[in-house]
Design a protein around this ligand. Structure first.
Ligand code: F6P
Length: 328
């Protein structure tokens, strides 16, 4: 007689925009799960792969050599179908067919919203891990990928400064972040920029130009302004206005684009991903339901999905004030 196995299975997926450190999280979940006696099933292409049944069993070797790699070996997608009850019903069918008992979803707030809806509808055990360069998830000190991207932007701005100084120019450097100004304001501090323009705080172009003018007159021959991406008020918008109203300035724009999402994760992101990945498995073992794992003052914590996805202005005015104070 064949004995029925009681070994439980954890499914794992990455979804939404890729972020450096996602692979380190996949590795941590896989290895911690195997160490705890679980089977691991990898789901490819995020929620779309769950709908399509793109599922494969992982062993410890499946995640060898990935901790240093950017992107995600599981691939990712932004899946519109999963946002519908019909899409989630198809995903549930595949979930059951694959014999998955708990699901770990790695990604930003879109991913966590999907996990929350799926868990609510089908009463399944879902754990979220926050991974997005935007750092816009509530209830965690930081998201996986943010630190690496911050460093990438800082390196780029350091290089741009060589040209800015040599040609005595003002550069508007546009960075990602969706609706959050974390990347712009903190890379401005790290790179010693003259100003940062973020979505959370409106910037009057006249104030900005006056400030730059004052800065140039005082001591500087160049300026760098970090600007958060925005469909209407990105770097182009500010550069055009400053060019028009202050033709004495030599203005350039640099849009960093997707290079910000790539690259080998920083030590900090690898450690964060490893800690949260292992904590996600521990939480499954302890029968936690429908929560995100996060860090609060350096300690792993559980955050209900509903709180994690709350749009909240995590921005801190003191960062912007610091950019201004230190560029005098
Ligand atoms: O959420 C990460 C992010 O890189 C945002 O900063 C940016 O607005 C968006 O994704 C870009 O998405 P896509 O790569 O799908 O164009």
């Amino acid at each position: 007689m064949v004995q029925k196995t009681t070994q439980k299975t954890i499914g794992i997926l990455t979804s939404g925009g890729d972020a450096p450190g996602m692979n380190a999280a996949v590795r941590a979940v896989t290895r911690a799960a195997i160490a705890e006696g679980y089977k691991v099933k990898a789901i490819y292409h995020g929620y779309q792969g769950l709908i399509d049944g793109e599922i494969k069993e992982f062993t410890s070797e499946s995640v060898s050599g990935i901790i240093s790699r950017g992107g995600t070996i599981l691939r990712s997608a932004r899946c519109l179908e999963f946002m519908t009850p019909e899409g989630r019903a198809k995903a549930y069918e595949q979930y059951v067919k694959a014999g998955i008992d708990a699901l770990v979803c790695i990604g930003g707030n879109g991913t966590l919203t999907g996990a929350m809806d799926f868990a609510d509808e089908y009463d399944i055990q879902c754990i979220g891990i926050p991974a997005t360069i935007d750092n816009d998830v509530n209830g965690t000190d930081e998201t996986i990928g943010y630190d690496t991207t911050l460093n990438t932007i800082m390196d780029c701005v350091d290089k741009i400064r060589d040209t800015a100084a040599s040609h005595e120019r003002i550069f508007f450097v546009e960075v990602m972040g969706r609706d959050a100004g974390w990347l712009a304001q903190c890379s401005a501090i790290a790179a010693g920029a003259e100003a940062a323009i973020v979505p959370e705080s409106k910037t009057d172009v006249d104030q900005l130009a006056a400030y730059i003018e004052k800065g140039i007159r005082k001591s500087k021959n160049s300026s760098i302004v970090l600007v958060s991406e925005s469909p209407k008020c990105g770097a182009m918008h500010y550069a055009d206005r400053v060019k028009k109203e202050y033709p004495q300035f030599d203005v350039r724009v640099s849009i960093l684009g997707h290079m910000q999402r790539g690259g080998s994760p920083s030590a900090r992101d690898r450690i964060l991903a490893s800690v949260l990945g292992a904590f996600a498995v521990k939480s499954i073992k302890e029968k936690q339901h429908n929560v995100m794992v996060g860090m609060s003052n350096g300690v792993p914590v559980l955050v209900p999905f509903a709180k994690a996805i709350q749009v909240q202005d995590k921005s801190d005015k003191t960062f912007l004030e610091l950019v201004s104070k230190l560029s005098n």
